[in-house]
Design a protein around this ligand. Sequence first.
Ligand code: HEC
Ligand code: HEC
Ligand code: HEC
Ligand code: HEC
Ligand code: HEC
Length: 247
Amino acid sequence: MKILTKNRLGLALALCILSGSVLAGTILGSKHDFTGLNERAEVTAMSGLAFADYGNPCVYCHLPPEKEGADSSELGGIPGWNRFTPAVDSAYDLYDSRNLDNKVKTPSPISLLCLSCHDGTLAVDMTVFKPDTWNSSEDASLHLRLNGGDSLMNCGKCHNGIAAHSIEIKHIGTDLQNDHPISMEYAGLNSKDPDFRPVDHAYGFDNGVKIYDNKVECASCHNVHNPDVNLLLRTGAERLCETCHIK
Ligand code: HEC
Ligand code: HEC
Ligand code: HEC
Ligand code: HEC
Ligand code: HEC
C-alpha cells in the first residue's frame, strides 16, 4: 500500500469520521481514488485531463453529501448510486450454462454500479450529480472511458501497454459469459444445494464474502474499500471459491 501524504491522510480521517466508518476511508490512495490518481501514478496526465476531478473521491460512486436522499433513478441513475444505468442494461450476456439453476438477464443495481465503469461504455466521471463545490466552467477534460480501444474516447489511448499499462484486463465489456455469474440467488441458502456452503449470517460469511438480498454480486467477492487484498478481493484468491463452493 502506498503511503498517503499528510493532507490526504487528514482528508481520509475527516471522511472516516463523517461516515462513521474506518473502512470507508481506505478507498483513498487506491485505484478507485480518482482525485488522487495523478499523485499516485506520479503523472499529471489524468485527473483534470482524462476525467474531471470533482475534488471528492466518493462521488464517483456515492451521492454527494448535499444530495443525500435524492433519487438518482429519476434522472436515469442506478437506484441509490451516483452513476447512470448503462444503456446496454438489458443487453448484458450474463454467464449461462446448462448446469446453472438460476438464469438472470439483468444485473442488480450494485453490480450495475461496477459495470457502469468496467463495461467501458460510459465515461468514468459520468456521475448523475456533481458536488456543489465543483466549478463546471473550469472543466477541460476528455471524459474518457475505461476501455482498451485506441481512440480519444478511451483510456486505452494511453493505456495500451506502451505509453502506460494496458487497461484491457480491467475492461470487462458487456459480454459477461466468460465471467463468474452474478445477480443470481445464492445456491447455498437453506442448504438447498449440497454443493454450496450455508451462509454464516444474513449478509454472507464470517470471512467477509457477502451476499446482497440473498444474491451473488461483484461486491460479494470484491471490496473496493479494501485495497489491502490483491485485486480488491474479499479474501485471498486461494480461499475465495471454497467459501461458497464445496467442490
Ligand atoms: C468505486 C466505487 C466507490 C467509491 C469511489 C466509494 N465507495 Fe463507498 N461503497 C461502495 C460500495 C460498492 C459499497 C457497498 C459495499 C458493501 O456492501 O460492502 C460502499 C459502501 C460504503 C459505505 C457503507 C459501508 C457499510 O459498511 O455499509 C460507506 C460509509 C462508504 N461506502 C463511504 C465511502 C466514502 C466516504 C468514500 C470516499 C472516501 C467512498 N465510499 C467511495 C463503492 C464506492
Ligand atoms: C467510477 C468508475 C469505476 C467504478 C464505478 C468501479 N470501478 Fe473498479 N476500477 C476503476 C478503475 C479506473 C480501475 C483501475 C484501472 C487500471 O488499473 O488500469 C479499477 C480497478 C478495479 C479492480 C482491479 C484493482 C487492482 O488492484 O488492479 C477491481 C477488482 C475493480 N476495479 C472492481 C470494481 C468493483 C467490484 C466495482 C463495483 C463495486 C467497481 N470496480 C466500480 C473504475 C471504476
Ligand atoms: C495521457 C495519457 C493517459 C491517459 C489519457 C490516461 N492515463 Fe492513466 N496513467 C498514465 C500514465 C503515464 C500512468 C503511469 C504509468 C502506468 O501506470 O502505466 C498512468 C497510471 C494510471 C493508473 C495507475 C495508478 C497506480 O498507481 O497504479 C490508473 C488506475 C490509471 N492510470 C487510470 C486511468 C483511467 C481510468 C484513465 C481514463 C479515464 C486514464 N488513466 C487515462 C497515462 C494516462
Ligand atoms: C465469484 C467471485 C467474483 C465475482 C462475482 C466477480 N469477481 Fe472480479 N475477480 C474475481 C477474482 C478471483 C479475480 C482475479 C482472478 C481473475 O482475474 O479471474 C477477479 C478479477 C477482477 C478484475 C481485475 C482483472 C485483473 O486481473 O486485473 C476486475 C476489474 C474485476 N474482477 C471486476 C469485477 C466486476 C465488475 C464484477 C461484476 C460484474 C466481478 N468482478 C465479479 C472474483 C470475482
Ligand atoms: C459468494 C459465493 C460464491 C463465491 C465466492 C464463488 N462462487 Fe462460483 N458460483 C456461486 C453460485 C451461487 C453459482 C451459481 C450456481 C447455480 O445457480 O447453479 C456459481 C457458479 C459458478 C460456476 C458455474 C457453474 C455452472 O454450473 O455453470 C463456476 C465455474 C464457478 N462458480 C466458479 C467459481 C470460482 C472459480 C470461484 C472463486 C474464484 C467462485 N466460483 C467463487 C457462488 C460463488
